[in-house]
Design a binder for this molecule. Structure first.
Ligand SMILES: [Zn+2]
Length: 252
């Protein structure tokens, strides 16, 4: 199996069962450095500095971080650049084939881990995934609920947005059907007002998310359901804003 394929296989496995890939105590034998036999640090042997085999691990563990959502992004960035330099192919140009391979595998893990954790939203989604919460399924359930309630066309509208979404969608429909003639200034003003309102709501959601983060970090496992809820409402809001933006500045 080629190197790239192996990494792809690791990723596929990771998506299916992240729990199974956590390093457990009975794997402690593998924690000895392959080169000098000493107990190794996470990525490099603390004694001899040799790179260690890439292990299937979650992204928090990769950086030696606890599974918490408030993290110092500047520290994460510093760690990312430090590891990137230490794992750089140039460093391994004269190393053994397997060390070259491990450093490449680790670089790939490093890039994925950094990209996922540095963004607050993808970090949240990733944590939820690790906790066994499938956002796709949740959103399917919400869609079915909406359909059952007779609002099939508007998928899973957050209740507090029902009225506004309805109004805005009507307005957008009208605007779209009036092609050719320029947009009425009054309509434009109304749309812009909607946009400002939605942006304000989006900011509120980000505050709600921070609150749920703090609850999670303080050890409250029920915070995950609040995060799921915020992410769904955020997605809906962003779609509305995107539709609005498409109408207001169609060339963009
Ligand atoms: Zn060693």
């Amino acid at each position: 199996m080629s190197h790239r394929l192996k990494i792809a296989a690791n990723h596929a496995e990771k998506a299916e069962s992240p729990r199974a890939l956590q390093v457990t105590d009975d794997q402690s034998q593998q924690h000895r450095c392959w080169s000098c036999g000493d107990m190794r640090a996470e990525h490099f042997c603390a004694e001899c500095g040799h790179v260690q085999p890439a292990q299937p691990t979650d992204f928090f563990s990769f950086f030696g971080l606890p599974r918490k959502l408030n993290l110092d992004e500047s520290v994460l960035e510093r760690e990312f650049y430090a590891l990137s330099r230490k794992l750089h192919p140039d460093v391994y140009s004269r190393a053994s084939a397997r060390e070259q391979e491990w450093s490449l595998e680790k670089t790939s893990q490093l890039n994925d881990a950094y990209r996922t954790l540095k963004d607050p939203i993808s970090r949240t989604e990733y944590l939820l995934m690790l906790e066994g919460i499938k956002l796709e399924e949740q959103s399917k359930l919400a869609t079915e609920t909406a359909r059952a309630a007779g609002i099939a066309k508007i998928q899973a509208v957050p209740p507090e947005l029902l009225e506004e979404a309805f109004e805005l969608n009507m307005l957008l429909e009208e605007t779209r059907s009036e092609t050719g003639s320029g947009m009425d200034e009054d309509v434009r003003a109304q749309l812009q007002e909607h946009g400002a309102g939605l942006t304000e709501r989006l900011n509120q959601l980000h505050n709600e998310l921070r609150t749920a983060w703090n609850q999670w970090d303080a050890g409250d496992p029920t915070a995950t359901s609040r995060m799921v809820d915020v992410l769904h409402r955020r997605k809906y809001l962003r779609n509305l804003l995107r539709d609005l933006q498409d109408v207001l500045s169609p060339t963009a």
